[in-house]
Design a protein around this ligand. Structure first.
Ligand SMILES: [Zn+2]
Length: 376
């Protein structure tokens, strides 16, 4: 791995793994969930609070930051860590995925992609070389290769063509990244839901050689069964001694299923986004705080949860501030959701280390089956 980086795989249980990624900015305990700090903030949270939930690493979005406030500006202001007041590891995506999902008037060529900003219509270009430059200007600790991700379902020929383009871009990303001690570069496996294409992609990436490997092109509408189908073989195509990162996943049961299949890192906007729309994830499933059943309920969201929303507030209050569109509603529910996601990760890490991950999973699913506490 890159100088200053190491991945210590400490225990396995079945295909599940637990370990530590050591970086110059601190350790990342795996399996790790990375909260998403799209525009230089994990929405509704102070960085110290995000850390208190147990997060070791944040994800930043190249696409959003390059458009506003701009990578060169962030660099002039001391880099993204200083700009957003988070001194621990940051992983940045390459911008490719958001260009495909958000930008307007995209034009894709062998060289890269040109597009118009979804914010103001201004013209921009991204290529493997420019993506590496932007992620360097941001000061990202873990840099992702620039890739293209087709939406599923797609024709196999189209997925193959896109994957091979991404593999050529991965080689260019590595070349442009160069030798940067203290900074790691991850390759991204593509190939949709086709085993042979996943194998071809893994082979192309390992031939170039990366510090870690992501599984891309999933959680894009294929459904959990199809995703798990790919995860039944894809992680093991990647080097055992490097971290494996499943991009954009997911719901709590997606995360647990992915870890059971050998994934070490994940990220998703779900806990933060849902926190702003009144959805809370609990060990007993999803609670919609906007429902009228909560308006007289003096009980906490989850009496076993140690987060500020559950320790100090009742469901009736959380319901009231959500209905009144008070800012504290987003703050409390986001905190709770991030806390719960990190509790899942901590629980899995301990269970894998102790060789009782199977039993942990049974309990996780059994508690969700119970559903929310009955109304008063
Ligand atoms: Zn809570």
């Amino acid at each position: 791995m890159a100088e200053g980086f190491a991945f210590d795989l400490q225990a396995t249980d079945g295909r599940a793994r637990t370990g530590v990624i050591r970086t110059p900015r601190g350790e990342i305990r795996t399996p790790a969930f990375m909260p998403v700090g799209t525009a230089g903030t994990v929405k509704a949270m102070l960085p110290g609070s995000v850390r208190e939930t147990g997060a070791d690493v944040l994800l930043g979005n190249t696409y959003h930051l390059m458009l506003r406030p701009g990578a060169e500006r962030i660099d002039r202001l001391g880099g993204l860590h200083r700009f957003m007041n988070w001194d621990r590891p940051i992983l940045t995506d390459s911008g490719g995925f958001q260009v495909m999902s958000l930008a307007e008037l995209r034009k894709l060529t062998e060289d890269g992609v040109t597009f118009r900003s979804h914010i103001d219509g201004s013209k921009h270009a991204l290529s493997p070389e420019r993506s590496m430059e932007i992620q360097r200007l941001l000061g990202s600790d873990i840099v992702m290769c620039f890739d293209e991700c087709p939406a599923l379902p797609a024709e196999e020929a189209q997925v193959a063509e896109s994957m091979r383009l991404s593999m050529r871009w991965a080689a260019r990303s590595k070349e442009a990244f160069g030798d940067r001690p203290g900074h790691a570069l991850f390759g991204i496996q593509q190939g949709g839901v086709t085993r042979d294409l996943r194998a071809e992609s893994a082979e192309a990436l390992t031939a170039v050689g990366f510090d870690g490997y992501a599984i891309g092109g999933l959680a894009v509408g294929e459904g959990q069964a199809a995703m798990f189908g790919v995860l039944d073989y894809a992680p093991e195509m990647l080097p055992r001694d490097r971290p494996r990162y499943l991009m954009g996943v997911g719901k709590p049961d997606d995360i647990v299923g992915a870890v059971a299949r050998g994934v070490d890192m994940m990220d998703c906007v779900l806990p933060t986004r849902s926190g702003r729309t009144g959805q809370a994830f609990t060990r007993r499933g999803v609670v919609n705080i906007k429902n009228a059943r909560h308006q007289d309920d003096p009980r906490p969201l989850d009496e076993d949860c140690a987060c500020p929303a559950c320790r100090a507030y009742c469901r009736a209050y959380l319901h009231h501030v959500f209905r009144s569109q008070e800012i504290i509603s987003s703050m409390l529910l986001t905190w709770h959701n991030l806390h719960y996601f990190q509790e899942i990760m901590a629980g899995m890490r301990a269970a894998i280390a102790d060789g009782r991950f199977e039993a942990w999973q049974s309990q996780f699913h059994a508690q969700r089956q119970e559903g929310d506490i009955p109304p008063l």
